[in-house]
Design a protein around this ligand. Sequence first.
Ligand code: RUQ
Ligand code: CUA
Length: 764
Amino acid sequence: MKVNKKRALSLFTGAVLGLGMASSAYSQTSLEDVMKARGLTQKDLLAAAKTYTPTGGRDEYLAFSSGGQSGHVIVYGIPSMRILKYIAVFTPEPWQGYGFDDESKEVLAQGRIDGKDIVFGDTHHPAFSETKGEYNGRFLFINDKANPRIAVIDLHDFETKQIVVNPFFRSAHGGAFVTPNTEYVMDAAQYAAPFGDEFVPLEEFNEKYRGGLTYWKFDDKKGRIEPENSFTFEMPPYSQDLSDAGKGPSEGWGFTNSFCSERYVGGIERGRPPFEAGCSQKDTDFMHVTNWKKAAELVAAGKVKKVNGSYLITMEQAVKEGIFFLIPEPKSPHGVDVSPDGTHIIVSGKLDSHAWVYSWEKIQKAIAAKKFEGKDSYGVPIIAMKDALHTQVQVGLGPLHTQYDSKKCVVYTSIYVDSMVTKWNYCEGKVLDQLHIHYNIGHLVTMEGDSASPDGKYLVSLNKLAIDRFNPVGPLHPQNHQLIDISGDKMQLLYDMPLPLGEPHYVVAIKADKLKPIVRYKSGWNSRADKKSAFKTRAGREKTVRDGSKVDVYGTVIRSHITPEIIEVEEGDTVSLHFTNLERAEDETHGFAMYGQNVNLSIEPGKTVSATFKAEKAGVYPYYCTEFCSALHLEMQGYLLVKPKGYKAKEGKIADGTKYTKADYDKQVKTNVDTQAVIDSVVAFITSHNYKDFSTVVDLVTDATDQLGFAAEAKKKAEGFAAKGDYQNATLWAGQHWQYQVKTADLGLRAKTHLEENGAKKVK
Ligand code: RUQ
Ligand code: CUA
């Protein structure tokens, strides 16, 4: 294929001059016409104006949503509700190469259970790392309910770095919740089970099945959980549910709900009433109150024994040390939410129409006075409800979760059965406003709502059912996240966003300017291990190393070629491909896919990734770049040749399909000279402005300079061949020279546009 270079060049010139196509009919339609045609009201327009984000615009908040059964995390902007990223966590995800490259496979392997690969997760509750109770924008944690695991996502590159498996539990719902300085990440069990690996019949449920709460120790500097320094509270088999960490006066303590404190074990097929009946008989369940500061001191003092290599605080020890208490709470509770100032704890019971506000001051007094109404059957002291309760408020049928506003004492509670959000004042105990949503709200989130200083502003309602809100797409519906304006006295519904990737349970939202993600890695970076890769390869140092039947290919990718372009191995070899992306340009990711080997990589600028596979069958295996990275992206290709055992190479050279002459060479040189003129004019524009004040432009200029360097090398090669009269190679290298020029021009034009759009000043 021959590219029409004249045309390509004229496209550049067009862009330089800023020639745009004027749009016609649409821009002439008045606002009234559009409203009429689409049946929009003034109210709709107001809502649209509050969420619409013009091209190039940014969101004020970023929301991190659990991806439910997908095992991922979904990132979207607020108020635009535009999805920005899926972060692969517990499940392989091809676009990111997650679960395909060797580096991320190692992360997933950390999540194995009994040696078995678990390649999905049921993600529920994301939580940001905190400093003094404020989101610091550094890490995100998320739990897997089905397989009791916690993952650590680094927000400097939005990648999953670590997965830890709970050493005791068989499920975990009450995570992830962090302590105010991210000392610990809380994760509570859900369905009681024996703590060991052994079989225990249900007849021994009360004696041998256990619930619990793990405090995972987090090393903030390394950005990793330390399983060896984490500890678990053994708890009665009460189906521990959500948790939250205390703040301010309650810092050092944790609160965990439970349901089914009846300890019912089901058995519908044996003629026994089902779980749902047996687990909802009592009027109250228990809130579990734990003192993690004291527990950590016990661990540090060597007073806690390790079981299966992990610290376990038995109920007996916790009771003896006075670090574990129970308080009755409304029937089948779900959310437990500590107020931003740490003075109150709000709990709602799914089968009760009240929200219950507990006072930390009262709880503390009861603990200090050892004033208990009794003990449960495991000897855990119970604080009487009346000694702990501040007030209870009728908020609606089926209250679940509560979020805090920036306004003092104001909260929002999700009301599942009534499908609404109730805004109320927990200090005075009165309802302020109610808004119907569609339909069956689960969690809800306010901006920075779990921090010590919530921002209020917006609320997102995570609805369990979408029913008729969107165009029908078959029996399985997307989820519906509804954006609500909470800045005024009355809540106002703004927007419906379908989320079609599993059932998100909880979302946390952070001020966007707290996040400072990188745009490129340091060259040769193993992003999963956060260190320089042993397989880092520099330009010109590509090589293939054979050791017996193991072949290591140290390769590079850059617009628009993969080095090497021909890889030869023998049938039966184990092949490890290692590719480093040499790009420094923003958003110049290259992909790598190969026929029939399940090899699929995402190589972001600076990253080094590997793919290991066994070349079992002789044959020809084309590979190529999967990201449309450049004009000659389709040409970013190569061949893996798997030769039969003992194959003898035939004599002779590879014959080019097309022959070139001096005339071809001269023509190419002329094109290159013309292109250089375009580049020079762009360079003149940039350097005559204060471009150094724009970091984006400085980066682009660095990249462009790189490309020009490559261009110069190619030009030299072309001239060398031309001098020898080898016009075949001379023409091809001159063509390569032009390829680099095109990339330079592309970068230069991006820089120029950026300067023009951001009001750069002329300096000379
Ligand atoms: S869940 S709708 Cu947090 Cu797992 Cu409540
Ligand atoms: Cu690199 Cu397409």
